[in-house]
Each structure stands twice: as structure tokens, then as C-alpha cells.
Ligand binder design. Sequence first.
Ligand code: ARG
Length: 261
Amino acid sequence: MSPPEHFVVEYAINPWMDTTAPVDTELAVKQWEGLREALVRLGHEVHVLAPEIGLPDMVYAANGAFSVDGVVYGAKFKYPQRSAEADAHRRFYDTLGWRYVMPSETNEGEGDFTYLPAAHGGLVLAGHGFRTEVAAHAEAQEALGRPVVSLRLVDPRMYHLDVALQPLDDANVVYYPGAFSESSRRVLAQLFPDAVVATEEDALAFGLNLVSDGRNVVLNSEATGLAARLREAGYVPVPVELSELKKGGGSVKCCIAELRA
Ligand code: ARG
């Protein structure tokens, strides 16, 4: 039997998704639980967004919104299969009492936005090229009152910014240059001369889809090369196994929305 058409469409736009490879649900939940436990062990407070029937990609919580200074710029998903997720996130931020700005432009939250509080006084980095529209970058800047630097993604395997670049601390990043246009590479080199530069192998192991607290870097256990490079740079890699989540095209960062009060 061939898969339903909407899965085929999604597969075409996310080269990581192989809908013919069955997911071991029990193992997927166990791995997700391992990620949650790793974060709690490191001292983080973790809220869990309740899953909703009919929204199988909700586990990739990074895509539902983007917050800075307690203000939330809402997501507007590119594909209809995920569009209802944005409202679940909005209701969550309502319970925190945070101001929520409804988007007009297509954007996939922290999939394509990230924030560095100590870089140049507070800088948003934003990706476009596959999912998020560049017009959303300007909209986010108006919503959040922070400068937004637009970066163009050019490799379809790195379809979101968060599989190509992540902050390592308040002012520095790790990224794979090959994911970006030549001009965007120049922008990144100018802004982050001390960045940790990742290889294509690191990116393909989903190593860049990491979450760092400035010291501990939680990353996919397959990314052993990147873990070694991070250790050399003075960070503490915390590997977690997320092989089942990778089948859906996501890893550590994709599963986590950061709450920036
Ligand atoms: N299947 C999901 C999609 O293609 C994966 C999203 C991964 N999330 C992320 N933040 N990159 O939309």
C-alpha cells in the first residue's frame, strides 16, 4: 500500500523523513523520556505540552513559536498537516501570561529563529529558504524589538536553521557553513569570528540540532565527531539517543521550545 499523499508531500520537503521506515513507538517515547530526564538532571525546568490526536509532529515542539523577553512571536506552519499545532502553543503561552503576537507571515518558530542575548546587545538569527518566509523576519523584528539577521539556507537537507546552527552560549554559535548561501556565510563569519565550525558529517548526524546551557551541550549521540570538537572547545557534551525521532526529521533541539522570559 502506498502512503497517504500528504505524507508523500511532506517527505519530499523533508529529506530526512522516510515514511516507509516504521517508527518503534515504544522506543521513541523512551528516547523522548531520556531527553526530558537529561534536561531535568541538568537543572532545567521542563513543561510538557500535551500531545493532541491528529497532530503527529507535535513532538517537534521547537516549531510552535519563538519567544524573547517574555514576548511570543507565534508560528504559522508552511504545511497544513502541522498548522493546528500553533494554537496549542498559543494556549500554553496564555497560561504563562506572556504576550502573544499572532503572525501573518509563514514561519516555523524556533525551527528557523534563535536568539543570542549577549551577541551585539541581543541578536535574533533567522533562517529562510525552505520553510520560513523572509517577510516573517521583518515581522518578528517588529514583534520582538530585537534586530533580526536574515540567513539564507541553501541545502535542502538543512531545511530549518536549527539543523544548521545553534547557540552554544549567550554570544557564540556552532554552525555548518555549507548549509548557508555564500553571502550568509560571510555574515556569520563577521558576527561570530570565534564560532565552532561544524562539518557536513556533523550536520548529517543531526549534531547541530542541539541545546546548550552555556556549558552542557545536549546533542544527538550519533554526532560523536561534533561532541569531540565541542569538548575541545571547552564544552561538556551530553549525548542522548534519539534515533526514532530522527526518522521524523528531528533531534534534540526540534523537541524543545526554549522559554525566554
Ligand atoms: N517532520 C517535521 C517537519 O518536517 C520535523 C520538524 C523538526 N523540527 C525542527 N525544529 N527542525 O516539519
